[in-house]
Design a protein around this ligand. Structure first.
Ligand code: PBG
Length: 332
């Protein structure tokens, strides 16, 4: 003997060798870039809690979308920040709401770019909750009716894919029915199917002004744990995903991504529809903050994170890094 019979290092011996045996390849086609739009005009304001991210208005977001499309990224995901909030979140389905106007502007500037819209009430309600409150509780079915109105209004404005992120039971059915009844047969639903009550949404809630209201602290409504999933559960995530597919979802999402790579893998093995994963704001800022502190190299960490999400089984990756990766992939 005296020598290793199999030398695994042979397949790592050069760049080309590594390339030819590589199992996972990140592509620009996998990416979705989130965009934040608010009322007003001429806006492009840096978001304090999220590096390299901006608040746009419906006019300026069209330029940004054009840039995203030129990079070859297939889709954007829109989040709206209305000036006016109320108890039911009525700005969310207003015909001239900020998302509805932005969709039209983006379609003019970049017709081939897919527009996905976040369907939720949390940025639109005074309570900051994803649903309406009745007798001190989130009223599931009343919320579903409103979410269906929001989804329909986005479809009417031209959205290609609606993405409910509220975690109410049955909302995909309500949305699918509203779309079908109104002739929107081709509007796809990407449901946030397994969405966890995660600490990693912190920077986003700052950016979207969507944290549960301060005056709810200490009550049962202080957080989103009665609707978002317990991070300790995995089987339940598969049950959530199965239900959403049954109700008519075309694409299902696991969110966040990094702490839930096991869920992404199990979903990929079990279901035949495309699996999306959301590399959320807190995951994004962990990399940025560590890199800015000189602790790790940003681009390599970014690629490692996104490759791991793809390797776990994600077909679609929603990430604030999308533009940066697209540029990187173009140049390499
Ligand atoms: C709204 C929503 C949230 C995110 C996307 N849609 C936050 C939340 O549930 O509080 C988080 C995205 C991110 O952290 O990047 N329901």
């Amino acid at each position: 003997m005296g020598f290793p019979k199999i030398r695994m290092r042979r397949l790592r011996s050069s760049g080309s060798m590594r390339r030819i045996v590589r199992e996972t390849t990140l592509s620009v086609n996998d990416l979705v870039y989130p965009l934040f739009v608010r009322d007003g005009s001429g806006l492009k304001e840096p978001i304090k809690s999220m590096s390299d991210c901006f608040h746009f208005s419906s006019d300026t977001v069209a330029d940004e979308a054009g840039e995203v499309a030129a990079l070859g990224i297939p889709a954007v995901l829109l989040f709206g920040l209305p000036d006016k909030k109320d108890d039911t979140g009525s700005q969310a389905w207003a015909e001239d709401g900020v998302v509805q106007r932005s969709i039209k502007e983006i379609k003019k500037a970049a017709p081939e770019l897919l527009i996905i819209t976040d369907i939720c009430l949390c940025a639109y309600t005074k309570s900051g909750h994803c649903g309406v409150i009745k007798d001190g509780r989130i009223d599931n079915d009343a919320t579903c009716e409103l979410l269906a109105k929001v989804a329909l209004s986005h479809a009417q404005a031209g959205a290609d894919i609606v993405a409910p992120s509220d975690m109410m039971d049955g909302r995909v059915s309500y949305i699918r029915e509203a779309l079908e009844k109104n002739g929107f047969y081709d509007t796809a639903i990407m449901s946030y199917a397994a969405k966890y009550a995660s600490a990693f949404y912190g920077p986003f809630r700052d950016a979207a002004g969507s944290a549960p209201a301060q005056d709810l602290a200490g009550t049962a409504l202080a957080d989103r744990k009665t609707y978002q999933m317990d991070p300790a559960n995995a089987d339940q995530a598969l049950a959530e995903i199965a239900l959403d597919i049954e109700e008519g979802a075309d694409i299902v999402m696991v969110k966040p991504a990094l702490c839930y790579l096991d869920i992404i893998r199990r979903a990929k093995d079990r279901f035949d529809c495309p699996i999306a994963a959301y590399n959320v704001s807190g995951e994004y800022m962990m990399v940025n903050c560590a890199a800015n502190a000189g602790l790790l190299e940003k681009e390599s960490a970014m690629l490692e994170v996104l490759t791991s999400i793809k390797r776990a089984g994600a077909d679609i990756i929603i990430t604030y890094f999308a533009k940066k990766v697209a540029k990187k992939l173009k140049s390499s």
